[in-house]
Design a protein around this ligand. Sequence first.
Ligand code: ZN
Length: 354
Amino acid sequence: MKLSQILGASGLAPLVSACLLPGEETGDGSHHLYRRQESGDTGFPIGSGDRFEGGAKFPRGLGTQEPGAQLDSLLSVKEIESAMKGLVNEYGIETFTMPYTTYENATMFGGKVGGRGKCSEAYHVYFNGAIHARERGSPDNLLYFISNLPRNSSSEAFSGASAFSEPETRNIKWVMDYFPKIRWYHDLHSFAGVVLYSWGSDENQARRPGMNFLNSTYDAVRGLIPDDPSAGIVYGEYTPSTDWSENVYAAMRTGNAMDAATGRHYEVQQAAYLYPTSGASDDYSYSRHFAYPGLNLVHEFTVEFGFGDENATCPFYPTAEQYHLNMLETGAGYMEFLMASTEIGLGDEVACSL
Ligand SMILES: [Zn+2]
């Protein structure tokens, strides 16, 4: 999530340079960013060693441990990699790397879990995470969750994890092209305490198919919330009513499961009501089959886990308690998302050799 969006969404105004990404330091003039008192509180620490010993050990999610189990620290980048190697060694999970390296020259990678067959058409659910660097705990949540999945291997899931940001959208596109039967896409970010469903570009409408992002007639009015009737056009982004109701249903199931895990409340809403976006990767994934009818419909969801750490030098850095609550919530949300998506439908049954 972008800083200005977080500010607008959370009301958590004071932020410091520890949090800022290049380009955010000057701001756009609409927000006054100022330096918080230097508390030095950076939240739950990042691991300094390698608890998975280069893959000799594997992560075990909180769901498979005693209630109240605590993890020692956030996963470092090195540990994210060794945790994945541990899962490969323990469960035979296949991994792959994506073609576009980040600005820090890091390679983004993913893992394949379940799937009826070995071909790339056998995977229907895409969990994306760790796209934004400061969103601490995102890869941890995903890795610890998928460490539970091989025990319930009836789940068909594809999961991806990556280290640090950019050029993430090209890799997301690549993944969707490489796994052309992905039907469900779940993108994990922090922090806002929300589960978002499509569209992000404008308010949904289901009655006027011609009023859509492909129609340049509406280029000047798309993204305006609320609309300006005096301009003569009230715009809504077209979504077929079936998609709309399925998206709401899956998002509600996910949000309710996250609520039930800890008692904190996640708001479920259409993405455009949090902040209208244009050309974001979430809308991109749902837009593909409209723009290119040969492509698969992809239901897209963005989950912003957590609620911010107001005492830390950067609110994206969770306390130890928040880190564990976040993990319990995202784990429950992931599982419910898989069940809801399976119930609604994973798309074409794919026949490929096992
Ligand atoms: Zn983000």
